[in-house]
Design a protein around this ligand. Structure first.
Ligand SMILES: [Zn+2]
Length: 233
């Protein structure tokens, strides 16, 4: 057999074993990956904000959350947390919680095993240094490699994905559209994925504008916005 063909087959098998199978398992089968809350009483929803903190947006977001007495979980890239420590302190002071979203937001499929370990270890060390005790983890883009769940277990982290999102990072999305999606789609025990950093041209501003519109409507419908740790995962 042609040597190039053999190499291609070996590489494909390695990709299947390292990326595809662990990803399918984690997202569809594993009982340790949480996509919803499990609270039996009340209409609770967990708002989660990924990729920040970002000095341009996160403080404004905190003001909107405070206005509607909504609590949230921030899945931060530890590199951003390190350069915005005062914002991390404010997040915690306001009664929200901080969770890990890796050190520099590199996808699990883009990293060798040793890099994957380092992303966890460096990220956790930075957050610990800032004074954050981390209990939850979300991988960038919700992707897993062979090591992801093992590292969560090793570091005693619960893995949290989401059940609803509004594609708030997209270039052509609008405040009205994000708000309408949230009003129409959100239901009891949802974990909602949103962003306070990154995306296309100032997209976190749209996220904040959408929350300003939809939070009072959802509150009128009886929803309460809670932290992941208020759940019984
Ligand atoms: Zn992310």
């Amino acid at each position: 057999m042609d040597i190039i063909l053999i190499i291609l087959i070996i590489l494909s098998l390695m990709f299947m074993i390292y990326c595809i199978i662990p990803n399918l398992y984690a997202r569809n089968i594993s009982k340790t990956v949480h996509k919803t809350l499990n609270l039996s009483q009340g209409k609770n929803v967990a708002l989660t904000f990924d990729d920040g903190p970002d000095a341009r947006y996160t403080l404004n977001l905190l003001s909107v959350l405070e206005k509607y007495n909504a609590k949230a979980t921030f899945f931060v890239a530890a590199r951003n947390a390190d350069s915005n420590r005062e914002i991390i302190n404010k997040i915690i002071l306001d009664g929200h919680e901080v969770a890990l979203h890796t050190y520099k937001h590199k996808g699990m499929w883009q990293m060798f095993p040793w890099e994957t370990s380092k992303e966890f270890e460096v990220g956790l060390r930075i957050l610990e240094k800032i004074g954050v005790k981390v209990h939850y983890y979300r991988p960038p883009w919700g992707t897993f490699n062979l090591l992801t769940l093992r590292l969560c277990k090793k570091h005693n982290l619960k893995t949290v994905l989401w059940s609803k999102q509004a594609n708030d990072w997209e270039k052509n999305n609008s405040i009205d559209n994000i708000s309408n999606i949230l009003i129409e789609k959100v239901s009891k025990n949802d974990i909602v994925l949103l962003h306070d950093c990154g995306g296309a041209d100032n997209s976190p501003l749209k996220t904040i504008g959408a929350l300003e519109k939809c939070l009072p409507i959802l509150i009128d419908k009886g929803y309460k916005f809670v932290k992941i740790s208020e759940d019984v995962l």
